[in-house]
Design a protein around this ligand. Sequence first.
Ligand SMILES: O=C(O)CCC(=O)C(=O)O
Ligand SMILES: [Fe+2]
Length: 197
Amino acid sequence: MDLLAQQDYVIIDQFLNPEQLKNIHSFFEQKQYEGAFDKAAIGQSGSEKVIKEIRGDYTYWLNRDVDTQITPLFSVFEEVKNIINQLMYLSLADYEFHLAHYPKGSYYKKHLDQFDGRRNRMVSMIIYLNKDWQKGDGGELRVYPENNVPIDVEPLENRCVLFRSDVLFHEVLQANTSRKSITGWMLYQSTELPHLM
Ligand SMILES: O=C(O)CCC(=O)C(=O)O
Ligand SMILES: [Fe+2]
């Protein structure tokens, strides 16, 4: 949390325990098998657009009440929310998460996770699920800390990245092989808006 406050991002390796990791892998595979992923959109309700020049990933939004196989993962999200509230003096009320699949050749151009009309995303959180990721596989997360050189974060399995949604510009470099993650946001207040970004 100190690092998150100081440099606007932090990387935590070996984030989930082996059981949680196995659980989320099989859930991810099941959802892919079911064809539950949608092309990710950009923007808000009504004006959303699927612009593959900006982002090429497919997402499945998680729902606590429906996705009961991964209840332990929701406990992790809850724990992270509570820790951030305690140590960073934030008043996070909720969170939203999706599974993300970047097929080979896809990327997500440089952006901020907070945007007009949707300012309640405070902390972005990603857990990567790429077994045996190697240099050349691409899909690194490039973060742009203020007044500093950009940093490329390899999307290694069980690596968690937390960063401030309001200030840290970032992008996903082109994935040269299929890339999987869980991505979400710690929210300042609950939103009834549809989850579109
Ligand atoms: O998967 C990542 O590394 C980042 C994804 C991202 O920036 C987003 O979904 O807003
Ligand atoms: Fe983002």
